[in-house]
Design a protein around this ligand. Structure first.
Ligand code: ATP
Ligand code: MEV
Length: 890
């Protein structure tokens, strides 16, 4: 019997666990051979078959003997430090599942190591692996500094690296291994090392920390190790609700030594915690199967995305064969490198379902950064020496539905910028992917990864370092000053999107832009009319998403992936709706024209217009033309002559890029607005569509008519109005298609009248134009793009004594109306009409039609941005004139 002070050898049930196993207890005679059959039960059966016989009432689970002392002098127990029936029940059960001579339950895994290290005397050597849990490392360091123990580290993946330490003259008492290691999942050949140690240093013991796999997947005692320990806080308990450690010994001497120490130190597990652990361990096999299957899916997914993943379940693991020789599964811990510590931090902090926590082995999935958490106690330089990189993320996989685990992880990877969507026409549909999941979940992880890819990290890092080395940043020499006009569509708006000819002219209201150099590696847009001011680090833009392109003209289509990325980026600033669209269009062109961050000039674009914005007068095309031309000039792709006009091929390039920006702003524009903004004058424009040839002819007759523009001041959005007409056409082609045909007839007739090819009197000319305008407005109403505010203007102008004809212009839905004012219209009546319109809350413009398209200032003094802003919309025309008329045009 053990004594309270532990001075004699302890006697606990665990000591005789094999002899008193449940099988012999239940059937001492073993008359039916049950014990022999039960001894062959597989692990999953053994782990639930806990002996409940050792209690007076036949309780089917081991009761909690919550007592410190036991009465009497001759019973099996006297003092719980030395032995307790609950702990004893746990220990005898664990001895079976570890294939151990004896098993001991202690308060934590680190206590286990502390007890085991006491087997080493001062002056003796512990030879340990070089990728150890941080707490292990800390305790070894303490044993060295306070216990005089010589601690050495070696690469345990290579037996040859251990041998020099084991030879004659070395006092190796203990070889301490983890396999696989935490967190690098390095694998040591336990059988080979045990044999080598026995041969070269027969007195040394081999100790294995088996926490990463648990006895379900690996039993080192069967491989020749002398002592195994486990942090039972992990897989053995499985629920992170108890702290415990298990030591399992392979031979009587080790059992005797360990039992003596535990009793002497008093580190045995408390009764209630023993109960919890025994409860948890019964589901070990079940939990581990699911966790491991999930881990394989996660590893496959990350590996297929191109990350460096450490996991023995992957074919790429260098010691996969060794691992599966000694273990029956790959476990549920893996680690992954992102190549960027901050990126890793962002991934970890963006995860939600994956809990950010130290430890592992519980049913819940966890994510952590070992260098900041579990391994932070290892000095940084030693971590670096041992290949433990700061960007390493450890994933400890639980039993959740793997689809939710990947959803959450994927979300974290996307949100942190670690992966970007992959546009690939061969990707599986979501139905097909769901089928793959049902049939082969592990393959599903790989298929799912194909939807994404890693951005070009080198380019990003390169960009960042360039962003820091500001001296080398590209910019422009001096301000680039540009301007472009708005437009009025007289006939054919909306229909033009569907291939009908439209007739439009430029306006003397314009947008002005100044692109100014910066020296801080940033790019910015300032749009005082929208109260928008935004700035971005050039290096932080998603350069890897810029689609490849050849030639100087723009792509025909927007890249949806880049667009979505820019929408997200711009949204971070919480801009207004118009500020967001202007920023996205600007950044899209900024990136697509430069193609690479190294080519992008650090600049600020300041824009302001005396055009009403979002009123149907082409403010977006004027803005787009300013953006495109300023950037192309910055890249020296458009040359500005000292005098004369801009080269027509350069004008075409500006038009193609302005059209791309219009696509950002309008979704599906016809191209008429940018054609007019870039080239000026009046045009008959037909979009090339569905095999029909497009075309653009200039026409002259506009300058001979007087038009009144009235802004209803009802805001609207061209993009949604254009989309609305497309939707109506799809739903009611029998209504819309005939209307489109009639608008084509109207445009054809108007074109003949305006260019003079249809001969008629002046009165006949005006009255025919009025009829065409009235008809066209009626058709636009049928298309659903008029608005009560526009109808109010139509009515006010049609009323006596004015009797004028008005139609909406541009996208409608509010915005502007255009009224034909005959030559003979009385000036006093005009004043009255203007007053009436203002009375409606509208804003009438008497403005000049026609006029130049793209304008570029040739000798720009610097620092014009602030004067542009100071001029304000009303002062822009005189501001432009004050620049000494050194403008060239398209
Ligand atoms: N002065 C400006 N400063 C900055 N951005 C502008 C300016 N003018 C126009 N924009 C951009 O163009 C958008 C307005 O486009 P929208 O198509 O709604 O109006 P519009 O071009 O005036 O009308 P329409 O295309 O029917 O002629 C704004 O949201 C903004 O993104
Ligand atoms: C409504 C529309 O026809 C004119 C917008 O100014 C659209 C377009 O042509 O792009």
């Amino acid at each position: 019997m053990s004594t309270v002070d532990g001075s004699s050898a302890p006697h606990s049930p665990a000591e005789s666990s094999l002899a008193t196993s449940i099988f012999s207890a239940k059937s001492p005679a073993d008359s039916d051979g049950h014990a022999a059959r039960a001894a062959k039960w597989r692990f999953a059966t053994q782990v639930v078959a806990v002996d409940g016989s050792d209690n007076a009432h036949g309780a089917s689970s081991v009761p909690i003997f919550q007592t410190a002392t036991f009465k009497g002098m001759d019973g099996q127990y006297d003092y719980t430090r030395s032995g307790n029936p609950t702990r004893g029940g746990l220990e005898s059960h664990l001895a079976r599942i570890y294939s151990a001579h004896q098993a001991f339950a202690l308060s934590t895994g680190m206590t286990c190591l502390d007890v085991i290290l006491r087997l080493v005397k001062p002056g003796e050597t512990v030879l340990a692996g070089d990728d150890l849990y941080g707490g292990t490392n800390r305790l070894l360091t303490y044993a060295k500094s306070h216990g005089g123990v010589d601690v050495r580290h070696a690469d345990t993946t290579d037996v040859a690296a251990l041998l020099p330490h084991l030879g004659e003259g070395n006092k190796v008492k203990m070889v301490l291994l983890e396999s696989p290691t935490n967190p690098l999942l390095k694998v040591a050949d336990i059988a080979e090392i045990s044999a080598a140690v026995k041969k070269a240093a027969p007195d040394a013991i081999v100790v294995v920390d088996n926490t990463m796999l648990s006895p379900y997947l690996q039993r080192p005692l069967e491989l020749g190790a002398d002592i195994v320990y486990d942090s039972a806080t992990k897989y053995l308990s499985g629920h992170h609700d108890v702290m415990a450690g298990i030591i399992a010994t392979g031979n009587p001497q080790a059992s005797k030594d360990i039992a003596w120490l535990i009793n002497a130190m008093g580190s045995g597990l408390a009764p209630f915690d023993s109960f919890l652990l025994l409860r948890g361990v019964k589901t070990l096999a079940l939990r581990m199967d699911k966790q491991q299957a999930n881990a394989q899916i996660v590893a496959n997914y990350l590996d297929a995305l191109g990350f460096k993943v450490h996991y023995p379940g992957l074919k790429s693991h260098p010691k996969r064969d060794v691992h599966f020789k000694q273990a029956s599964g790959a476990g549920a811990v893996l680690s992954v490198l992102t190549d960027d510590t901050q990126l890793s931090e962002r991934v970890v902090s963006a995860a939600r379902l994956w809990g950010v926590s130290v430890s592992f082995g519980a049913v819940n999935s966890l994510i952590s950064m070992p260098c900041l958490m579990s391994h932070a106690s290892i000095p940084a330089h030693i971590r670096a020496e041992r290949g433990l990189r700061e960007d390493l993320i450890r994933l400890c996989v639980g039993i959740e539905d793997p689809r939710d685990l990947l959803d959450d992880l994927e979300h974290a990877l996307i949100a942190s910028g670690a992966i970007v969507p992959n546009v690939d026409p061969t990707l599986l549909s979501s139905d097909k992917l769901a089928e793959v999941f049902r049939e082969n979940p592990s393959q599903w992880g790989i298929e799912r990864a194909r939807y994404f890819r890693r951005p070009n990290v080198e380019a990003l890092i390169d960009g960042v370092s360039r962003g820091l080395a500001l001296d080398g940043v590209k910019t422009i020499d001096s301000d680039i000053v540009v301007s472009a006009p708005g437009k009025v569509i007289l006939f054919g708006e909306h229909a033009v999107v569907h291939g009908v000819t439209a007739i439009a002219t430029s306006l003397n209201l314009r947008c002005y832009g100044v692109l100014a150099p910066r020296t801080d590696g940033k790019v910015a847009i300032t749009a005082p009319d929208l109260e928008a001011e935004h700035v971005w680090d050039i290096s932080s833009l998603p350069w890897d998403l810029v689609p490849p392109r050849e030639g100087s003209a723009a792509d025909e289509k927007l890249d949806p992936v880049l667009l979505v990325a820019l929408e997200k980026l711009v949204a971070e600033d919480k801009p207004t709706k118009t500020g967001a669209s202007a920023s996205i269009a600007f950044l899209y062109l900024f990136m697509a024209i430069a193609r690479e961050s190294t080519e992008a000039p650090a600049t600020t674009l300041t824009v302001s217009a005396n055009l009403p914005i979002g009123a149907g007068l082409g403010s977006s095309a004027a803005f787009s033309t300013c953006v495109a031309s300023a950037l192309l000039i910055a890249h020296e792709r458009v040359h500005v002559p000292d005098a004369g006009s801009i080269d027509p091929s350069h004008v075409d390039d500006v038009d193609s890029w302005a059209f791309l920006a219009e696509k950002v702003l309008h979704g599906n524009p016809s191209g008429i607005d940018n054609a007019v903004a870039v080239r000026g004058g009046a045009v008959a424009f037909t979009r090339a569509i569905e095999g029909k040839e497009g075309g653009m002819d200039s026409i002259r007759g506009f300058d001979s008519i007087r038009l009144l523009l009235t802004n209803t001041r009802v805001p609207r959005d061209t993009k949604s109005l254009v989309a609305g007409v497309a939707a109506k056409r799809a739903a009611e082609p029998h209504v819309v298609d005939p209307v489109l045909g009639q608008i084509q007839d109207i445009s054809d007739e108007a074109r003949g009248l305006l260019d003079g090819s249809t001969k008629t009197s002046r009165n006949g000319f005006v009255s025919r134009l009025e009829t065409l305008m009235r008809d066209n407005h009626g058709h636009l109403r049928t298309l659903g793009v008029s608005h009560p505010s526009l109808e109010a203007v139509v009515a006010a102008t049609a009323a006596a004594p004015f009797n004028l004809t008005t139609k909406l212009t541009g996208a409608g839905g509010g915005g502007c109306a255009v009224t034909l004012v005959p030559d003979t219209f009385d000036d006093a009546n005009l004043d009255q009409l203007l007053a009436n319109l203002r009375g409606l809350g509208a804003e009438p413009y008497l403005t000049t039609l026609g006029g130049p398209g793209l304008g570029v200032h040739t000798r720009t003094p610097s620092d014009l941005s602030s004067t542009l802003v100071a001029a304000g919309p009303a002062g822009l025309a005189s501001w432009a004139d004050s620049l000494n008329a050194q403008w060239v045009h398209s």
